[in-house]
Design a protein around this ligand. Structure first.
Ligand code: ATP
Length: 217
């Protein structure tokens, strides 16, 4: 049964490089927003991702493409806090800021892929993330948790099994949801462009126009 508007609650945060944002990100963000009955889902580009090579498009260009992708979908919001902050883009700092803005009671859901969960123990202050938010993991069918180690212990310490449990507490839980993720990646899109191939239907048309106008990738 769909939730009514007064049952909608909570804020989601979906971080990424978004170099460029594509239908895999957009569709997952929308599905998670609906699944978790969030009032809004914030998509937050990382300025200086600590664990990977620097993005090719500038922060301003990645944000411009993200805004084009989100146009017309009011529940999905571009969040530029990491682009405004100096230094490495640590997710925990963004959660602390956002928690301060929304107050202590509102559920906050940090949405990540299973690939990110498997290396979450490399993130800055990773054990503190659940002090400020729930963690919602989008898993592809066939992706597995590690069989042992500190990530598995962390999952077991925080794991919830019902979506409703996230809606009644502000932070501290971890929920894994299997989703059919579209087989699209920003790496694949950049490679297709370098080979001169079409990326039509992999990213919204307005973003393709922006990439062409600014001669990106
Ligand atoms: P790249 O290929 O440059 O690494 P990417 O396409 O994987 O980029 P990111 O910006 O690095 O995208 O990822 C941001 C978030 O989006 C991560 O949590 C990642 O798991 C998730 N994600 C990436 N691709 C998809 C997809 N096709 N469907 C759903 N989620 C995705």
């Amino acid at each position: 049964m769909p939730l009514t508007s007064d049952q909608l609650c909570g804020v989601g945060l979906f971080g990424g490089t978004f170099d460029p944002v594509h239908i895999g990100h957009l569709r997952t963000a929308l599905e998670l927003k609906n699944l978790l009955a969030l009032a809004e889902m914030r998509l937050m580009p990382s300025a200086r991702p600590p664990h990977r090579v620097l993005p090719q498009a500038s922060p301003k260009q990645r944000m411009a493409m993200l805004k084009l992708g989100l146009a017309g979908e009011p529940g999905l919001v571009a969040d530029d806090r990491e682009l405004r902050r100096d230094g490495p883009s640590y997710t925990v700092d963004s959660l602390i800021e956002l928690r301060h803005e929304i107050g202590p009671e509102v559920p906050l859901c940090l949405c990540i892929g299973m690939d990110a969960l498997l290396t979450i123990n490399q993130w800055h202050r990773w054990r503190d993330l659940t002090d400020f938010a729930h963690i919602v993991v989008a898993a592809r069918p066939g992706w597995h948790l590690p069989e042992s180690g500190e990530v598995l212990n962390f999952v077991e310490d925080h794991r919830l099994h019902q979506t409703r449990e996230l809606q009644t507490t502000p932070a501290g839980g971890l929920l894994i949801r299997e989703m059919t993720l579209l087989p699209v990646s920003a790496t694949g899109i950049r490679q297709a462009l370098q080979r001169g191939e079409s990326i039509r239907y992999l990213v919204p048309d307005d973003i393709i126009d922006y990439i062409n106008q600014h001669q990106l990738y």
